[in-house]
Design a protein around this ligand. Structure first.
Ligand code: NAD
Ligand code: GLY
Length: 370
């Protein structure tokens, strides 16, 4: 794939923007020039990612006529907090950012959520560009405008919808991503195939195992990775354009996530990274859908095969089913009153189901632990 061929548009009227999917940072100056020329640019990142890509991004900002300054936060979900947010804001003041300045988020979803919320808040809103460097961020968190931080009481409880002016994905940055993070990001890729695109699904059936083999062998990432990321971006862009603030169809992006959130809560976020919990959640959702008569056993088996080819788990951990049901109920409260499951009907098509068949759900969960 050549750099920046046909960017993907997120169509939101006057707030529309492009997602550039490229195999290097070569085209970044051209993309940035109209957004940063003559402006101060705070690159919000963490020491890990800054050490790898901060130099290339700073050079691109200079080439685009901007003035880069690094604003670093510590690496880790536990730092996606209001106190770190406050420090980021103070660093922006120290760096001399004004209302014409731009924030660039360079990193995974943690950095992106922080950078986005910082851009939404600093002087009541300044320009934002996402430069995602994890697979999860490239296919999901950098697109669609969800920004924010965690509270002690729960994840992502404070934030804003705030769209970037551009997203630039250099997918070759994934070469340095730890293997476990790469596999976890694949859970979201699998999600897109199942919710929206039978052709992507077939591509994943063909390529997941060889892509993972290349990653395990530390071989160069196959070009198909760029193709897969681009297709995921197109799907997410379409969903966000149809329902920016999640009052309807955007909920399908939560496929597997009701189960995942409950599993993450009950295992205290220690056993699984998010994508692993999503993988278990998708298998649980499909198994429950089959029990309800919504989808075939073949679909469940095909999904399981791709999840396993990605090296992701499907088995539900040994947690108390009553506690899982209670966690679903808390999720329902958090989401405004209705317990909602996104369930597959066919490959590439899901259904939003409100409420649940409690005894069937309980027996499905029990069977999945066996
Ligand atoms: P992350 O941001 O913590 O990144 C994972 C690890 O990879 C970190 O240690 C990071 O420093 C490192 N890293 C990043 N890029 C690298 C690279 N190219 N090479 C080497 N190391 C690299 O995790 P994540 O999975 O990207 O994001 C998770 C966060 O995203 C969560 O906070 C979640 O709430 C959020 N999220 C947001 C949205 C949204 O729509 N805004 C959607 C999904 C998830
Ligand atoms: N990650 C789900 C969404 O962006 O809506």
């Amino acid at each position: 794939m050549t750099a920046c061929e046909t960017p993907v548009q997120v169509n939101l009227g006057s707030r529309s923007y492009y997602i550039h999917v490229a195999a290097s940072f070569e085209e970044l100056p051209n993309v940035l020039a109209p957004l940063v020329e003559g402006r101060r640019c705070a690159v919000v990142s963490n020491p890990t990612v800054w050490g790898l890509y901060g130099g290339a991004v700073s050079e691109a900002i200079v080439a685009a006529g901007g003035t880069p300054v690094a604003v670093l936060m510590p690496d880790g979900e536990e730092y996606k907090t209001l106190s770190v947010f406050e420090r980021v804001m103070e660093d922006c003041v120290t760096a001399g950012l004004d209302r014409s300045s731009v924030i660039l988020g360079l990193g995974g979803g943690v950095v992106g959520d922080m950078a986005g919320f910082a851009a939404a808040s600093y002087m009541r809103g300044i320009g934002l560009v996402h430069l995602p460097t994890t697979l999860l961020a490239q296919v999901d968190s950098a697109i669609g405008g969800k920004t924010g931080v965690n509270l002690v009481s729960g994840k992502n409880l404070v934030g804003a919808f705030y769209q970037p002016r551009a997203v630039y994905i250099n997918w070759k940055t994934l070469a340095s991503l730890p293997e476990r993070e790469m596999r976890a990001g694949f859970a979201e890729v699998i999600k897109y195939g199942m919710i929206a695109d039978a052709a992507l699904w077939e591509l994943l059936e063909e390529t997941t195992a060889p892509v993972m083999a290349a990653i395990s062998a530390h071989a160069p990432l196959p070009e198909v990775v760029g193709e897969i990321i681009r297709r995921c971006c197109e799907i997410k862009a379409g969903v966000v354009a149809a329902d920016e603030c999640e009052s309807g169809v955007r909920a399908i992006l939560n496929y597997g996530h009701t189960f995942a959130h409950a599993i993450e809560t009950l295992t205290r976020y220690r056993t699984y990274v998010h994508g692993e919990a999503v993988a278990i959640g998708m298998h649980a959702a499909a198994t429950y859908a089959h029990a309800l008569g919504l989808c075939s056993a073949e679909l469940v088996a095909r999904q399981r095969a791709v999840i396993e080819a990605a090296g992701l788990p499907t088995r539900l951990p040994r947690v108390n089913v009553d506690e899982l049901m209670a966690a679903f109920a808390r999720d329902k409260k958090a989401r405004g009153g209705s317990l909602t499951f996104i369930l597959p009907e066919a490959i590439g098509r899901v259904k939003v189901v409100h409420g649940c068949d409690e005894s069937l759900l309980r027996s499905t969960l029990t069977a999945l632990q066996a």
